[in-house]
Write a protein that binds this ligand. Structure first.
Ligand code: GDP
Ligand code: IMO
Ligand code: MG
Length: 443
């Protein structure tokens, strides 16, 4: 069976949660491969809103196994807050449904504290992180100081690792004038989590291999977006993990050939939360209007998202870096009725045209976007579910975008609900079992 990878092609919040939930009925397993509870993936079902942070966005479909890979950093308190919220809404979030990799690194109490201090120190150069401890947890992983979920299985090992890490952090905490860390208290908190998390812990690489050998299919779910990737994003204004497609292989322990197709989730305009270059940003009332209409407030932190026009240079770059096969275009309904819609087709830097997306943020900060204005579309787009009901000017917009980013659009999302989606069957053939998806979306 074909496995599909779904990821964001911009700076996150493209609507991955909606699309993953929508496509899940065609898959047996949904597996997150990186990030942590910095993510906020929104799913609407019959007027009810559910925001997922750590748990894969397929969890609302009872038959699906949800997997949290070794590439994630996991806060036990955030994880159990989320399972409790789901259970309160009648969703089974127990170990029969969710598997957590023993290799996932744990977010420890010192991580958010160190992160806040680091952001304060950067002053006006701050990254604008979610302050969930994500970056420092990945720092400890790279520094080989991390505590992994599998370490919870042996409390002696856990105690030793906490003692070592606390000793290593001491000089930093003293220099930052932060209160000293209490290894004993931290150990007793995490020993408590050990008992609760134990039943969820699995060898995820082995589990996925077994499932795939049984002929089951996997939907790989990326968090954040390609432009927030640690290597390929707008460094240093990025997250600390590999959100690009390659991250799925390392973040789950599957070979790259297990990924049969890549679906890029792309917003019809652009948003960004936190600091960093954003060439097409609208710093005016129009930007604020789009933010209000699109409800562009962080699903995790509630921060307002910066809004701007569609940037074809950035999305073409993301399609290349990830080998995107098809695009799911989301939120065009937000732009309905705005009149002409500009699309960024190129950048100029110091007077010269740039051939591709620049790697250096200081170059990106200074590029001058070139725009092509396209006719807008009417509000009738909202909620459309059939290709024939899409306004002609919008279909023309899609064709121009496809040419600019050199990738075909296979899905258009026209609202928050599952049924508010248009599928271009011929584009999706070979990637998903559309009959299953359509049947579930209609229900
Ligand atoms: P994610 O992080 O990529 O999963 O995206 P978020 O959930 O953070 O943000 C996307 C927001 O857009 C959520 O509030 C979704 O409910 C909403 N959304 C998704 N698709 C559409 C769409 O086609 N139209 C509209 N108006 N909203 C959408
Ligand atoms: P989803 O999965 C949008 C941004 C933060 C900040 C930068 C680094 O919902 O699309 P971090 O806390 O990760 O160290 O912050 O990355 N960021 C996101 N922006 N959507 C997300 O996730 C994000 N996760 C992190 O705002 O600029
Ligand atoms: Mg989000």
């Amino acid at each position: 069976m074909a496995n599909l990878l779904v990821l964001g092609t911009q700076w996150g919040d493209e609507g991955k949660g909606k699309i993953v939930d929508l496509l899940t009925p065609a898959f047996d397993v949904v597996a997150r491969y990186q990030g942590g509870h910095n993510a906020g993936h929104t799913v609407w079902v019959h007027g009810k809103k559910i925001v997922l942070h750590l748990i894969p966005s397929g969890v609302l479909h009872p038959g699906t196994l949800c997997v949290i890979g070794n590439g994630l950093v996991l806060s036990p308190s955030a994880f159990f807050r989320e399972t409790a919220d789901l259970e309160a809404q009648g969703v089974d979030a127990g170990p029969g449904r969710i598997a957590v990799s023993r290799g996932a690194h744990l977010i420890m109490p010192w991580h958010p504290l160190a992160e806040r201090a680091s952001e304060d120190r950067r002053g006006d150069k701050k990254i604008g992180t979610t302050c969930r401890g994500i970056g420092p947890a990945y720092e400890d992983k790279a520094a080989r100081l991390g505590v992994r979920a599998g370490d919870l299985a042996d409390l002696r090992v856990l105690r030793e690792k906490i003692d070592d890490a606390v000793a290593a952090k001491e000089p930093l905490f003293q220099a930052l004038r932060l209160p000293a860390l209490d290894a004993e208290a931290i150990f007793s908190e995490y020993a408590g989590w050990a008992e609760k998390l134990g039943p969820y812990l699995r060898d995820v690489s082995e589990l996925l291999d077994e499932r795939m050998k049984l002929g089951q299919s996997v939907l790989f779910e990326g968090a954040q977006g390609a432009l927030l990737d640690l290597d390929h994003g707008t460094y240093p204004y990025v997250t600390s993990s590999s959100s690009t497609a390659g991250g799925a292989a390392t973040g789950l322990g599957v070979g790259p050939r297990a990924i049969h197709g890549v679906l890029g989730i792309t917003k019809a305009y652009t948003t960004r939360v936190g600091s960093g270059p954003f060439p097409t940003e609208l710093r005016d009332d129009l930007g604020r209007t789009i933010a209000t209409r699109g409800d562009e407030f962080g699903a995790t932190t509630g921060r307002p998202r910066r809004c701007g026009w569609f940037d074809a240079v950035a999305v073409r770059y993301a399609c290349r870096v990830n080998g995107v096969d098809r695009i799911a275009l989301t939120k065009p309904d937000v732009l309905a009725g705005l009149g002409e819609i500009p699309v960024c087709t190129g950048y100029r830097y110091k007077g010269a045209a740039l051939k591709s997306f620049p790697a250096e943020p200081w170059v990106l900060e200074d590029v001058v976007p070139e725009y092509r204005k396209l006719p807008g579309w009417p509000a009738s787009l909202h909620g459309a579910a059939e290709p024939g009901s899409l306004p002609k000017t919008f279909v023309d917009y899609v064709r121009v975008l496809e040419d600019l980013v050199e990738t075909k659009v296979a899905i258009v999302s026209t609202g928050v609900e599952r049924g508010q989606t248009v599928f271009f069957d011929e584009e999706l053939r070979g990637f998903v079992d559309l009959a299953k998806v359509r049947a579930a979306a209609a229900g």
